[in-house]
Design a protein around this ligand. Structure first.
Ligand code: NOJ
Length: 765
């Protein structure tokens, strides 16, 4: 971690205009001091000023800089998002300090989801590392860079569990599993917030999207969510709860409705659960325009009604709609919304500003003007080594027939595919302030690794898609995808000609980053036909074929799995993606990633997830029976299961040893295995613990992840891996919605993926 400069509080305060004497600290960072301070401040505020604090706006066509300046002057805005340079942020904070009556500092937020200037793999890829230290590294670097740009808050982590690969936003989350998502989310929060969100290089997190956004029907973005309370509490809520327990200061509220009630209008969710049961003290923020959308959801009759409902439901801050400022004054006047309700919301905003240290120093993330970077995008501001390290860990080896990989550096390699030389796509969606021309595409990464020893013959081979509609969709807001005007056949011919000259072919195929994004739902999960045709032509050359997938969701790659001699899942791997993939291709790094999602064989299998419930008529592959739960035209299982991923070495797992056959009430037992690196290379793997409660008062999943450990073993080395299982690992929400562990047998499964496991049992007494 680099420290570009450090400024003492005294120096930075000396640079600023004079403040209202009693407003600015140093204030003790305790809850008691904060409450006293905020109450005193509230008592000085007019209704309009309080409402101003509840507004979060973005500079854009509807609110140009001049309008924002005006709003700031009149105390009509509490925070800004999407402004990301120190110069711009400083200008706005200066306006508050110079023009507004109370000089309440703004906070500045942004979608720092997987990096700020240095872009790390998309969160789905981060989850594939199963490495909490790597997550912490991403969190620390992202917070450092964001804070160094003057930001105070991020709209992250996104911990929406999703079993819906059609939904494009699965790319922003940590996959299909509750336990893994909870661990990843809480690690990210702790790393980003550090010891205190007020620290110079920490930022406050805002966990999203509360709640259950990942379960939108049909995978269509913004669609309805409907689920049983058991499933909600068991599978979907824990990652939000874990992130809040880790201290997240903010919660972003989901756009979807849950069981008929839009989250923005859900006082049960935002008050009873969040503030009541979970004791959340931070701030709730509506998502973009969500208050307005209550009318279209059909729960509010008009704008006033929407504002009244949002306020009654517990939305503290409104993102990007002017409804609070337009309609709240009238609603308070008429008594439809009470002053106490406005005070509560404004209090939460002021509380987080206090926690961010803004009342100690509104410029704490800015420092003196002289320290502003001359070049915001300077190379020296990036953390390339960290990005490469994490990206390598996120890559999953899906297939490696006859040790096709690793490749030799002195070989002649044909690198083809529309993603082979794309600097934009490799960064993925929500790439914050990352700059495409600073990212390393695969072509560059391979050339770097080969260092002139061998040859890379490059051809694009195909466009991402030949479908004009899809091309236009991807290029709607930026020229994100370049379309080669040559005919598909010409592109393929060129690629085949290169392949014929090569020892081996590497094909970088999959999705453009814009295909796995917000508002990027798909009804099909195939590699687009233009690229399928390319792969077929490459296969026909008879050369060994290595497929490098880049994508933001599980794809249906049954055919590609057959065609490929080796296949890597590289997600969108970020600024250093090309170098990281090359490290794996050439064996400078032995792949260790494991899938955080099941890969379906076809869209028809969705939803497909490993921790499903048993049925009364399970299908038995060995003894097929018509009247059992299965498809007659497809198998039930995924192409690649949850937790799966190969290595260039091999590992064996011993039978499970239990510390005891019984676990006393509220006690614990220990399950252990010895893992041996039985191959010839050093390598890391992830040991996974799954539990199953075979007889309970309600059906329980066939298996559920309850622990994992990433270990590094030298060739020939063994290590014993121990998992402590305690009562929390056995608890579930029963039919009466009590969170309990029931006595009885518990099955224990430990393995290197969710399918091939060593099994044991114990009795919970
Ligand atoms: C809408 C998205 O749903 C949310 O995730 C994001 O944080 C906001 N826009 C702000 O960009």
């Amino acid at each position: 971690m680099k420290w570009i400069y450090s400024v003492s509080l005294a120096v930075s305060l000396a640079m600023q205009p004079a403040f209202a004497d009693d407003l600015f600290g140093p204030h003790p960072m305790t809850e008691q001091a904060r409450d006293a301070f905020v109450n005193q401040l509230l008592s000085k505020m007019t209704l309009d000023e309080k409402i101003g604090q509840m507004r979060l706006i973005s500079v854009g066509p509807d609110t140009p800089k001049s309008a924002v300046r005006d709003m700031i002057q009149h105390g009509q805005v509490g925070a800004i998002f999407n402004t990301v340079t120190r110069q711009d942020i400083r200008a706005m904070q200066d306006q508050v300090m110079q023009l507004s009556r109370l000089k309440i500092p703004l906070f500045f937020a942004y979608d720092v989801v997987h990096g700020q200037r240095t872009i790390f793999p998309i969160p789905l890829g981060l989850a594939a590392s199963w490495d909490l230290d790597a997550i912490a590294e991403v969190g620390r670097v992202s917070a450092y860079e964001a804070a160094d740009d003057g930001l105070n808050m991020t709209w992250a982590p996104m911990v929406d569990v999703s079993r819906e690969p059609r939904w494009g936003r699965g790319s922003e989350g940590f996959g299909e599993d509750t336990f893994l998502s909870a661990q990843m989310g809480s690690s990210m929060v702790k790393a980003m917030q550090g010891k205190s969100a007020a620290d110079r290089f920490s930022i406050m997190t805002s966990v999203k999207h509360f709640a259950a956004y990942g379960a939108v029907e049909g995978g269509r973005d913004y669609n309805t969510v409907d689920m049983s309370p058991q499933r909600l509490f068991q599978d979907y809520l824990p990652p939000y709860k874990a992130s809040l327990d880790a201290g997240s200061g903010g919660v972003m509220v989901a756009l979807n409705s849950l069981n008929g009630t839009p989250a923005t209008a859900d006082s049960w969710l935002l008050k009873d659960i969040l503030r009541g049961d979970w004791k959340f003290k931070g701030i709730t923020i509506s998502d973009h325009g969500a208050i307005k959308e209550l009318i279209k959801h059909g729960v509010a009759s008009d704008p006033q009604d929407a504002v009244r409902i949002a306020m009654k439901s517990g939305i503290d801050m409104s993102m990007s709609d002017e409804y609070y400022s337009k309609y709240l004054p009238g609603l308070v006047k008429s008594g439809a919304v009470s002053m106490a309700e406005v005070d509560d919301a404004a209090r939460h905003v002021l509380n987080v500003k206090y926690d961010m240290g803004l009342f100690n120093d509104p410029y704490s993330h800015l420092g003196p003007k002289e320290s502003d970077p001359q070049d915001t995008n300077a190379e020296s501001r990036l953390h390339r080594a960290e990005a490469r390290d994490v990206a390598r860990k996120s890559i999953v080896l899906l297939k490696n027939w006859r040790e096709t990989l690793p490749l030799k550096k002195d070989a002649t390699i044909a690198l083809v595919g529309p993603l082979a030389d794309s600097q934009r796509d490799i960064m993925g969606s929500w790439s914050a302030a990352g700059v495409a021309k600073q990212s390393i595409p695969l072509l560059q990464g391979m050339r770097n690794a080969m260092a002139g020893k061998g040859t890379v013959l490059y051809a694009k081979g195909a466009n991402i898609s030949d479908n004009k509609g899809i091309q236009d969709f991807l290029n709607l807001y930026e020229q994100a995808v370049s379309v080669d005007k040559r005919s598909p056949q010409e592109l393929i011919d060129e690629a085949v000609a290169q392949a014929k000259k090569a020892d081996v072919v590497v094909a970088a195929v999959g999705e453009a980053q814009g295909m796995a994004h917000e508002a990027s739902s798909r009804s099909d999960l195939v590699i687009p036909p233009s690229q399928q045709k390319l792969l077929a032509a490459l296969k026909a050359t008879g050369k060994p074929l290595v497929i490098v997938l880049m994508n933001g969701r599980p794809l249906t790659v049954v055919n590609e799995d057959k065609q490929a001699d080796a296949m890597l899942e590289t997600w969108f791997s970020g600024t250093e993606g090309g170098n990281a993939i090359a490290d794996v291709l050439f064996g400078d790094y032995n792949p260790s990633g494991k899938l955080p999602v099941s890969f379906p064989r076809s869209v028809g299998q969705i939803p497909i997830y490993y921790n499903h419930l048993p049925t009364g008529r399970p299908y038995n592959f060995a003894k097929p029976n018509k009247y059992t739960s299965h498809y007659y035209d497809a198998v039930n299982g995924p192409l690649y299961p949850f937790g799966y991923g190969l290595s260039y070495t091999t590992f064996t797992v011993s039978p499970v040893k239990m510390s005891s056959r019984t676990m006393p009430r509220n006690g614990s037992v220990e399950a252990s295995v010895t893992v041996t690196n039985s191959g010839k290379r050093d390598g890391a793997t992830v040991v996974q613990l799954y539990l199953n409660d075979p007889v309970a008062s309600i059906s329980r999943p066939v298996q559920e992840l309850r622990g994992f450990q990433r270990i590094m073993l030298k060739a020939g080395e063994s290590q014993t891996v121990k998992f402590k299982i305690d009562v929390d690992a056995l608890k579930f929400w029963n039919q009466k919605m009590q969170h309990i562990a029931e006595p009885g047998k518990i099955n224990v499964m430990i393995g290197l993926d969710s399918v091939r496991t060593q099994d044991a049992q114990f009795d919970y007494l």
